[in-house]
Design a protein around this ligand. Structure first.
Ligand SMILES: Nc1ncnc2c1ncn2[C@@H]1O[C@H](COP(=O)(O)OP(=O)(O)OP(=O)(O)O)[C@@H](O)[C@H]1O
Ligand SMILES: [Mg+2]
Length: 326
């Protein structure tokens, strides 16, 4: 790397708050000085790096301190994040928009409800096809309420050892009481599929039963979101444990247009032939449409002087559909 490249990389790592990378670049500069025979300078630089490292080990870390990062065994069961997603990022049908907004409102105004012996709904079931916004909604609820999002890592939770899954689930449900957040069980059918009640007495049934029990017993302030692409696979006993269920669908023509426009914000879309595009987007999910918008944007920037057109979008739509059909 040239000195200029080093300088740019150092500014970038400083801006990103990545002091490890910053110091690594400084060390590279010291090595270069060594090789060029400027050993005294190299030694001085290394001395400074060493002092900075020593200091930063004894000083508390700067920047936002994670409010609830999972420790110990819990760290292998949940992943914490702090989404900045908001409801403005979501395109949902009017009914879902109203109902999801209503949930957030209940949590924001929980004092009013509690004063009258009521409480906000916390146990939510999202179902619907892939890429329609279930995960994004869980993140947006966390973002809107300023809560951490704890995504359950099912690979860590589900084990083949007798009784282990139940004890891991217990840890997660205990954490709900001590660390308030949005706890997101994606693909919950893996935990809570219906069992052939007569002959299935194995670990799967034990896992289902403990999940049902923990869900029922939970009295925390956390929000529990469970999502599935296969609502019909779920054990019927699970439904009454949720406070509300939400059914996600692929977008209407109008919603599809909103998803595309939101993701093409930096382009002029006034001349697009929406009637032509509407005829082609059938069957694509919101996630597909985001991918279409991104593909089209890349094409427009690289090949068409930043001008998006109906033709570019149609090509991206065809490519996206091919992905599903192959
Ligand atoms: N309703 C939506 N509004 C806006 N963007 C969406 C919507 N649904 C999906 N997207 C886009 O697609 C991405 C993936 O969506 P998401 O993870 O929410 O899908 P999902 O319903 O959870 O799918 P899966 O069932 O496959 O997990 C989002 O990050 C977002 O960019
Ligand atoms: Mg998802």
């Amino acid at each position: 790397m040239t000195p200029t490249k080093h300088l740019i990389a150092m500014i970038q790592s400083h801006a990103a708050g990545d002091s490890d990378r910053f110091l690594a670049i400084v060390e590279t500069i010291a090595s270069n000085a060594d090789r060029a025979g400027r050993t005294k300078v190299a030694g001085e630089i290394r001395g400074v790096v060493e002092r900075v490292r020593r200091d930063s080990n004894t000083r508390p870390a700067r920047g936002p301190i994670p409010i609830a990062s999972p420790r110990g065994e819990l760290a292998s069961l949940v992943r914490a994040s702090y989404p900045e997603t908001s409801f403005a990022d979501l395109v949902l049908n009017p009914d879902l928009t109203r109902r999801i907004g209503g949930i957030a409102r209940e949590h924001k105004a929980h004092h009013f409800l509690e004063a009258r012996g009521l409480s906000p709904r916390r146990k939510l079931l999202f179902s619907g096809p892939p890429g329609t916004g279930k995960g994004l909604t869980a993140a947006a609820i966390a973002g809107e309420l300023g809560l951490p999002l704890f995504t359950i890592l099912l690979d860590g939770v589900i084990t083949k050892f007798l009784g282990e899954t139940a004890s891991k689930l217990r840890l997660i449900f205990e954490s709900m009481a001590s660390a308030r957040g949005v706890y997101f069980f994606d693909e919950v059918d893996a935990l809570a599929s219906r069992r052939d009640s007569e002959n299935d007495v194995g670990e799967a049934r034990r896992m289902l039963n403990s999940f049902l029990q923990f869900l029922e017993d939970d009295k925390s302030n956390s929000v529990i979101v469970a999502a599935t692409n296969h609502r019909t696979l779920l054990d019927p006993a699970i439904f009454r444990r949720f406070h509300a269920a939400f059914s996600y669908t692929k977008p209407s023509v109008d919603e599809a247009q909103r998803v595309l426009c939101n993701h093409l914000r930096q382009f002029d879309v006034t001349d697009l032939k929406w009637d032509v595009l509407s005829g082609e987007i059938n069957g694509l999910s919101q996630a597909d449409l985001v991918a279409v918008a991104d593909d089209a944007a890349r094409d427009a920037v690289l090949d068409y002087d930043g001008q998006i057109s109906t033709e570019i979008l149609l090509r991206a739509i065809t490519d996206r559909k091919a992905l599903h059909n192959e």
